[in-house]
Design a protein around this ligand. Structure first.
Ligand code: ADP
Ligand code: MG
Length: 697
């Protein structure tokens, strides 16, 4: 019944059905039920025209149209109706869809009109009001809480107003008798005191009162999140039982030698805990799929390295993929250094590796002489074949797409263990939804001795003071980053900003007293690397750069990060950039330079940055400002395309949904029990009609 095409509903017909399909994606009765109102209005109150206030509020008025005229305007014309009640007159105005409106309006018949009242030139007007004959209005199934449905301009222009959708919805309830199959188990319903499906669906569309509306919303949000979590957790479980991983049974010589003799510092407790979690995964029979989250500078690299040692000790190869050339080089050099007393072979493969290097790497990989390969996307090329890849690590995973993760997966006959690392803080609730099928480890502790970075906001006109401060820091032997936004590496404007900036820095910090590096995306990789290395070795005092340095670069002696046009950066980028300093024992500073013109969002971003260093807190603000889809990028935004729940506002419901999904599955992993029959059935239905997301390979 609920899969009946929408065309068959009385009052819809082929034209409207077409529009509903195209504009709102409504194909079936089921889709229509799931068209949840965006908000509700109180339509118990009626205004008189002489009671209207100039506050642009939504009002409902009873009256008649006494006159209808077209008024020419700059472009086209508008349709104006004079609307009258016993206290005065006002205008109803249409700028679009006039033909349809004119044909359907009746003069001198009582209407109820609804909309936002504008005050203009001494007259109140309602643009594109919601209209209904008083007679019908009184007959309708309605309540104090009037639902407002999502709509589009096209729908409104073709006369499918909110009122029409409301009527179609009523018809649906008449035809289905308002009875909807229960989709959660009795247990959950009674434990959580949920409304039944039918009650919830009724009250979401025709709420009897506030309380029932709230309960209906809760029930439907819970249900939505519950099935997503169920799917994610089920996927993870099936995965673990089906896909055999290589059991890395022992922790061997390399690991132990390194741990006991060559560890350059004591691991933090968080690092130890995460290593333990990884070791457990690697030692089990299942294939690891783990996300490692840790704020910038929390020390993920060493954890990655030691995990790779476990693979090597068990006779397997490992690889570490990073998003940029600079970062790969740095990982390669860093790991060579800390492993130089170990008997392992590490190589680097990037876009700029030459043919003979590549040939050698290919050979060593295939005959198994190479233990660890580090590199960029170049690792994914088909020519790169491992003898026995046992562990693949992806650094800064947010820079890669899902396909790339799955490509690594297929680098071997059976999939290697996978560890993805990210420093882009993702709010926990978001991580739960987007990475819900992964196991998550968190490094929530910075290495000891780090001082919190001091962050300030300065306007461009204070540049002289900022430069003076930089000079003092250089005097103390520190190094400084000055970063320019290059939103698109190809944009001429941005490039010019950078070069102008560079010139002014060179003027204020003249050679030979000061040495300056510059790095940007238009440079050849070799030149970039040369400049970068000069800075890393401490040969230059200032690094002028674009955001190419955003991820991963590690220069502990750098203590000042100046971000130019900081208002143009997003929060997570600002936080990443700031993470380039504060890596040594010295007090570090981040200076956010902006012009005076700041949008409200920019102000919030700057205020947040100066207030806190906590990546998770920053991520929460970011989520509030941008919404989940934007944060995760388009490739994953489908996951977040929720019908009723809101990851931002409904965190508690999400947590509870995840808790109950886990609980249900831990008692009954296959959902075969009588009790969970409804859940299993609904789950299959959802998967079948693609209302549930299938996004991770
Ligand atoms: P991220 O998590 O951002 O990748 P890194 O792995 O680059 O961080 O580590 C940042 C810096 O902290 C590096 O210089 C690293 O050597 C150092 N470091 C990592 N762990 C510790 C520790 N337990 N104690 C002291 N320093 C550490
Ligand atoms: Mg890193």
């Amino acid at each position: 019944m609920l899969q009946t095409p929408i065309d068959y509903l009385k009052g819809v017909g082929p034209n409207r059905a077409d529009l509903l399909r195209k504009e709102l994606g409504i194909h079936t009765y089921q889709d229509l039920i799931n068209l949840f109102p965006n908000r509700y209005l109180d339509r118990t109150k009626y205004y008189k025209i002489n009671q209207l206030q100039r506050n642009n509020a939504e009002v409902q008025i009873i009256g008649e149209i006494v006159n209808l005229k077209e008024v020419a305007q700059k472009r086209g014309k508008r349709l104006v109706a004079t609307f009258k009640d016993d206290t005065g007159t006002m205008d109803l105005v249409w700028f679009r869809g006039q033909k349809w409106v004119r044909e359907s309006l009746k003069l001198n018949k009582p209407y109820v009109v609804f909309g936002k009242a504008n005050w203009f030139n001494g007259v109140f007007s309602l643009p594109h009001p919601d209209m209904e004959f008083l007679e019908e209005h009184e007959k309708n199934l309605r309540s104090a809480m009037q639902p407002i449905y999502p709509s589009t301009e096209k729908l409104a222009n073709k006369g499918i107003t909110n009122r029409v959708i409301n009527k179609i919805m009523q018809q649906l309830f008449i035809e289905t008798k308002g009875r909807f199959e229960e989709s959660l188990s009795n247990e959950l319903i009674s434990e959580l005191k949920l409304l039944s499906k039918s009650e919830a669906v009724f009250n979401i569309h025709f709420p009897k009162n506030q309380e029932l509306l709230a309960r209906a919303q809760f029930r439907l949000k819970f249900e939505e999140l519950f099935y997503i979590q169920l799917q994610l957790i089920l996927k993870n479980l099936i995965h673990k039982s089906k896909i055999k991983g290589f059991p890395f049974e022992h922790v061997g010589d390399n690991f132990n030698t390194f741990y006991n003799e060559h560890l350059p510092f004591q691991l933090t407790n968080a690092q130890k805990r995460v290593l333990k979690e990884i070791r457990q995964d690697l030692g089990s029979n299942a294939q690891m799929n783990r996300l490692l989250q840790g704020d910038v500078g929390s020390g993920k690299t060493i954890v990655a390295f030691m995990s790779m040692l476990i693979a090597v000790d068990n006779g397997f190869q490992a690889c570490l993929m990073a998003p940029t050339e600079i970062l790969s080089v740095q990982h390669h050099n860093g790991l060579l250094e800390i492993s130089n007393n170990l008997n392992i072979r590490i190589k680097l493969l990037t876009g700029s590796s030459n043919t003979s290097e590549r040939r050698e790497i290919h050979k060593l990989l295939e005959n198994g002489e190479l233990d660890i390969l580090i590199g960029t996307h170049a690792l994914l090329e088909d020519k790169v074949k491992f003898k026995n890849l046992g562990l693949a690590i992806i650094d800064e995973q947010h820079r890669f797409g899902v396909e790339q993760r799955s490509k690594l997966w297929h680098k071997n006959t059976s999939p290697p263990h996978i560890l993805v690392m990210t420093a882009t803080p993702i709010p926990r609730t978001l991580a739960m939804s987007v990475y819900g099928d992964l196991d998550i480890s968190v490094i929530d502790e910075l290495p000891p001795g780090r001082q919190a970075i001091k962050t300030v906001h300065r306007f461009d006109k204070n540049r002289l003071n900022v430069f003076r401060f930089i000079r003092d820091e250089i005097e103390k032997g520190r190094q400084v980053y000055i970063v320019y936004p290059l939103i698109q590496e190809s944009e001429k404007m941005d490039y010019k900003d950078l070069m102008d900036g560079y010139e002014s820095v060179v003027r204020d910090f003249p050679m030979p007293k000061y040495q300056i590096s510059i790095v940007h995306g238009k440079m050849k990789p070799a030149d970039k690397d040369y400049e970068m290395q000069r800075f890393i070795k401490g040969e230059t005092n200032i690094m002028v750069a674009t955001t190419v340095i955003e991820v991963g670069v590690n220069v502990p002696n750098a203590s000042v990060m100046v971000i130019e046009s900081a208002e143009r950066f997003g929060l997570s980028q600002l936080h990443q950039l700031r993470g380039r300093v504060g890596r040594g024992a010295e007090q570090s500073y981040c200076i956010l330079m902006t012009s005076h013109k700041l949008s409200n969002d920019s102000k919030v971003r700057l205020e947040t940055m100066t207030r806190t260093n906590d990546g998770f807190e920053i991520a929460e603000v970011d989520l509030r400002l941008r919404g989940p889809g934007d944060i995760m990028g388009t490739q994953q935004s489908g996951v977040l395309n929720l019908k009723i729940a809101d990851l931002l506002k409904d965190k508690d419901i999400l947590q509870s949904a995840r808790y109950y999904a886990k609980k249900v599955l831990s008692n009954d992993p296959t959902l075969k029990s009588q009790e969970n029959k409804t859940i299993l059935y609904t789950y299959h239905q959802l998967s079948k009609y693609k209302n549930i997301w299938n996004y991770i390979s």
